[in-house]
Design a protein around this ligand. Structure first.
Ligand code: SF4
Ligand code: ZN
Length: 314
């Protein structure tokens, strides 16, 4: 098979476009897709400061690399969640990339800064690890972006992620989530930074090809807590449909944006936003979820000190 652009030997076949590329022309296709997404969806302007959320996985490493290559003003941000060896290995990958590419990065370590790891705290307060992790990550990415004066937070969500989220929301008719699903989440409060997904039209396989063709190191394994997540099942189902009918995922997502989402707009009533009485970050209640978690951790620590004291007195 030959590359569609240069007619040299092709290295990747994209079934949904019925087209093949050599590695050089694939890089051009990939970068055109990202440029088009950023421009068409008005994600950010050339001089904007972008905070890129990096996990060490292929998608976020591809995003970091392509935005740097396109000349955007980009800073990476990595959070070490304290998830055993997985977190340490992914931090190593992120630090190596930052050094090799002279790319600025902000590293946060939950355990060192706040005194708990995500899995240990989830067990302690009997909450699902992923929901706790999501709350903490959302809080920190927004806070760091806002404190640092960034114009947007960019994540590596790809076409497979977005189509799986859409399928999940449709299966349970989550009207509010359907109304808000978008490659751009605009800022609705001066302390909320805009969120963007420049890779939303590129598949996991295309991101994998991009990192391999560019020799970018990435962490191959998934977070151990991702096992059993319903999004994985939705992705498998969508992959089966895609095999039978190439282009299904893209049609499902882009036609939802073009034709379907408008029917849910009435469900996206603006919620009243307050500033947290402790940290000042945006919340729908008086104290934000992050500060409530921290208060809970401090209370547990104080209780255990008191219990030890009781034992000593006895
Ligand atoms: Fe966090 Fe769950 Fe994702 Fe792991 S799989 S990074 S615990 S949200
Ligand atoms: Zn707070």
């Amino acid at each position: 098979m030959l590359c569609r652009r240069c007619k040299e030997k092709a290295e990747i076949y994209l079934k949904r476009h019925n087209t093949a590329f050599c590695s050089n022309c694939f890089r051009i296709y990939y970068s055109e897709q990202v440029k088009r997404n950023v421009k068409r969806e008005k994600m950010f302007k050339p001089k904007d400061r972008i905070l890129v959320v990096v996990s060490g996985g292929k998608d976020s490493m591809a995003l970091w690399h392509i935005l740097l290559k396109l000349g955007y003003n980009v800073t990476g941000m990595y959070i070490n969640l304290g998830i055993s060896a997985y977190s340490d290995r992914s931090q190593e990958v992120v630090e190596k990339f930052s050094q090799a590419n002279n790319a600025p990065v902000i590293i946060k370590n939950i355990e060192k800064e706040y005194g708990f790891s995500i899995p240990a705290l989830a067990r302690e307060i009997r909450r699902s690890t992923c929901s706790l992790c999501g709350t903490i990550k959302r809080y920190l990415f927004n806070k760091v972006a806002q404190d640092g004066g960034f114009d947007a937070v960019a994540t590596g969500h790809n076409l497979d992620d977005e189509a799986a989220t859409l399928l999940g929301n449709v299966l349970s008719w989550q009207e509010g989530y359907l109304a808000r699903q978008s490659p751009v989440l605009p800022s609705t409060h001066p302390k909320l930074v805009k969120k963007v997904k420049p890779l939303f039209t590129l598949t996991e396989r295309e991101n994998l090809a991009y990192v391999l063709f560019n020799g970018i190191e990435f962490i191959h394994e998934e977070c151990p807590h991702a096992l059993g997540a319903s999004s994985i099942l939705y992705k498998e189902i969508l992959n089966k449909l895609e095999d039978e009918s190439p282009g299904t995922k893209q049609r499902f997502l882009t036609n939802f944006y073009k034709k379907g989402r408008k029917f849910f707009e009435k469900y996206s009533e603006p919620v009243k936003l307050n500033e947290c009485k402790i940290c000042g970050q945006v919340t729908t209640s008086e104290i934000c979820s992050f500060c409530r978690i921290r208060l809970m951790v401090e209370k547990k620590k104080a209780d255990s000190i008191l219990q030890e004291g009781d034992g000593f007195n006895l």
